[in-house]
Design a protein around this ligand. Structure first.
Ligand code: SAM
Length: 394
């Protein structure tokens, strides 16, 4: 493909991504994968170049751009090679017209920048939310030692304080590797591994992973339990939860049971665990402001109304979890967001409603104290952004 044809393809895909962001459609990654599968003439170099153009445009535009072309013109404004590709050739975009609309740059929509600033996230911290994400893995101690995995990936770097975490070069073909096929490693951001340590899961515990999804944190909890005890992994999303059991089998984990919940009726479905769990982990559904490095178009999807709904669900899930924790047991609240409404403020509000719980201070290998818990950020910790707090029932 010519550079002009690549730019035109990127513009068309950006149009689809913008429409999906406005209408709640599929993510950019999914739309790009679908489009590439349909464009068999695009070689691997073309695909990489088109993908890079699209993500450059998404990162550059804080507000939802008016069109894919306006977003690409924002890239062209700083990149002469992209500007030259607007050459009017048969598969390329029309030449740039004088006074054509160019999408406005910026980190995020203005209301979100204000909300982040009110949560203590300054301009540098906010800009780092759009940096490049690393490729981190967690070694599964049931299947391999860290040294064995370092032999398989000689460029892997350890993460200080995280005994099972390794950072790989971003172009590592992990999924085609033997350790991956054997369940000896799981892809998991180092920050995600660090916040899961707040749970301090131990052998013999009865644990509820209330928002288990596909089980990333469930398996990290299991790694600390040495196949002794019980983990009930629940979620309201059937397709996500259905991925957990095969993943647990692949990892050699047999102490996990899954249970599908109905939104709004979680407590009824969990009545048999009432006052009975040593540990409840809530990896809550959230705005994902801490994961923009991976899904930068997520900031175009978030609205104040959607954020308010998420905050309401999180509060409800915290109250459901409180009913499951036994006296002396612990509740851990995690969000991959830097907004206090979902993290520190959410936990403060829970404590005001539930005086039987108190905050237990955390000592994690990454992160800094923030309100009743700890915060990890891309700028400070080179991980996704997280808030985590550990609460103990009297
Ligand atoms: C941050 S994701 C969890 C990721 C997962 N723990 C992991 O480590 O891979 C949040 C999850 O909460 C689930 N969820 C949303 N509403 C829920 C509810 N009312 N009860 C339980 N889970 C819910 C979503 O389906 C989603 O899988």
């Amino acid at each position: 493909m010519t550079p002009a044809a690549r730019t035109q393809t990127a513009i068309e895909l950006l149009d689809a991504i913008i429409a999906a962001a406005r209408e709640g459609g599929a993510s950019a990654d999914v739309l790009i994968a679908r489009a590439m599968a349909a464009r068999r003439y695009a070689g691997s170099k073309d695909r990489r170049a088109i993908r890079a153009l699209i993500y450059e445009a998404i990162r550059r535009c804080g507000e939802v751009p008016q069109s894919g072309r306006a977003a690409m013109l924002a890239v062209a404004a700083d990149d002469p090679a992209v500007a030259e590709s607007f050459d009017g050739s048969s598969y390329g975009p029309a030449p740039i017209a004088f006074g054509e609309p160019v999408a406005t740059g910026g980190v995020a929509p203005a209301w979100l920048i204000d909300a982040l600033a009110a949560s203590g996230v300054d301009g540098d911290q906010a800009a780092a939310l759009l940096g490049r994400a690393s490729l981190d893995i967690r070694v599964n101690p049931a299947k391999a030692s860290v040294a064995m995995i370092q032999d398989a990936f000689p460029d892997a770097q350890p993460t200080p304080g995280l005994a099972l975490a390794l950072r790989l070069p971003p172009d590592t073909r992990l999924e085609a590797s033997e350790p991956y096929a054997a369940g000896a490693v799981e892809v998991q951001d180092a920050g995600s591994q660090a916040v899961t340590l707040a749970a301090a899961a131990q052998p013999g515990m009865r644990v509820v992973d209330l928002c288990a999804g596909g089980g990333g944190k469930t398996l990290a909890l299991a790694a600390g339990m040495d196949e002794r005890g019980e983990i009930l992994a629940t979620d309201t999303d059937r397709p996500r939860l259905s991925r957990l059991e095969p993943r647990a089998r692949r990892a050699g984990v047999a102490i996990v049971e899954t249970r599908l919940l109905n939104p709004g009726a979680e407590a009824d479905a969990l009545a048999d665990w009432s006052d009975n769990a040593d540990l409840v982990l809530i990896d809550a559904p959230c705005s994902g402001t801490g994961t923009w490095r991976r899904n930068p178009e997520a900031r175009w999807r978030l609205t104040p109304a959607r954020l308010a709904r998420l905050v309401e669900t999180q509060a409800r899930l915290l109250d459901v979890a409180a009913g499951l924790v036994r006296p002396g047991g612990a509740l851990v609240h995690i969000v991959c967001s830097l907004l206090d409404a979902e993290g520190a403020g959410q936990v403060d509000a829970f404590l005001a409603r539930n005086p039987a719980f108190r905050v237990e201070p955390l000592a994690l290998p990454l992160g800094t104290p923030h309100g009743p818990g700890m915060r990890l950020t891309p700028l400070n910790d080179a991980t996704d952004g997280f808030f985590v707090a550990r609460l103990v029932r009297a």
